[in-house]
Design a protein. Structure first.
Length: 317
């Protein structure tokens, strides 16, 4: 199930030249007096000229066979590899009475299955659960890994009057890169089309979009046909924008959270580590919420198109 995570990270690429400066760890122990002298001498940009906050794009760290490798891709690979190895190690020797890591994994998967089944029904869950569970676990793991100290705070940069400033971090949160969230949204969109055509067929797909609802006769029947055709055209526009909304909802929240943590470091010199603590707990919660929201939205979008088939199957049973 978790193999989908390894596929998603392949989409996560961006182009930006690396900064040829030595690797450093962000620290507040740099000499302020020395930095001020260098700034006055024109060797360093003034504080007002410096860029604040994180870069909106992932930075290219190196290239492999001409393919750019960014700092967010590295985190994506680490998360995907970690999940795959964890699942493989836990399921290698399954026990009848689970314990330890096996018990935890079965609790997570079982809880997610019951949760999704209560929303989209048993029949549709059997066909689509693998995707919803994988996307939830991957997003949650990637969000929480982005909060580990060192992600975003180790890299290449320059000295300033307030300490060492990271210009190009070695690691960056996977979902703080719009390429990663766009890849997941496009994968879901392709699967949504496949699931919809498989459940209701091409004619049912068109009927769901443009077909009039309810029983009408005479003039009202023709009027409703026009109304629902216009509504279907609007629905197509809404469907096409779903990948965009899924992409920027997840990316925007994760990127804003990382910028907030970065701002807390420089808000009060010397106490940045202390100010970050309550916001770290907030970001832990937000990482969970964003994973749930992405999974729920994709599940509901799937159910809205396939619900008639599900209802019909439940009625016959």
């Amino acid at each position: 199930m978790l193999l989908l995570a390894a596929v998603l990270v392949g989409f996560n690429a961006d182009l930006k030249p690396a900064v040829g400066a030595p690797l450093q760890v962000a620290s507040g122990t740099s000499s302020s007096a020395e930095a001020t002298v260098r700034e006055q001498a024109g060797l360093l940009p003034s504080v007002s000229e410096e860029e604040h906050g994180l870069s909106e794009k992932a930075d290219e760290i190196t290239r492999f066979l001409g393919f750019p490798v960014t700092n967010s891709m590295i985190v994506s690979w680490i998360v995907a590899l970690g999940l795959i190895l964890f699942a493989q190690s836990v399921t290698r020797n399954m026990k009848q009475v689970p314990e330890g890591a096996q018990n935890f994994l079965e609790w997570v998967v079982g809880g997610l299955y019951n949760f999704i089944e209560g929303i989209i029904g048993a029949r549709l869950t059997e066909r689509t659960f693998w995707f919803f569970a994988t996307i939830f676990i991957f997003i949650l793991s990637a969000n929480w890994m982005g909060l580990i100290p060192g992600v975003g705070s180790i890299g290449w940069g320059h000295a300033t009057a307030h300490g060492f400033k990271i210009d190009q971090p070695l690691l960056r949160g996977a979902n703080a890169d719009v390429n990663m969230t766009l890849a997941m949204a496009l994968v879901f969109f392709a699967l949504w089309i496949y699931w919809s055509l498989r459940e209701v067929g091409p004619l049912g797909f068109l009927k769901e979009l443009f077909g009039p609802k309810g029983e009408n006769t005479g003039f009202m029947k023709w009027l409703m046909m026009v109304v629902f055709f216009a509504a279907g055209c609007l629905e197509i526009v809404s469907i096409l924008f779903r990948p965009v909304s899924l992409t920027f909802r997840l990316y925007g929240n994760v990127f804003a959270g990382e910028n907030m943590l970065d701002a807390m470091v420089t808000l009060v010199p010397g106490l940045g580590w202390l100010l970050q603590i309550p916001f770290y707990f907030l970001e832990l919660l937000m990482g969970l919420v964003q994973a749930v929201v992405f999974m729920l939205l994709t599940a509901v979008f799937t159910f809205l198109m396939c619900q008639h088939e599900e209802v019909s199957a439940s009625a016959h049973s």
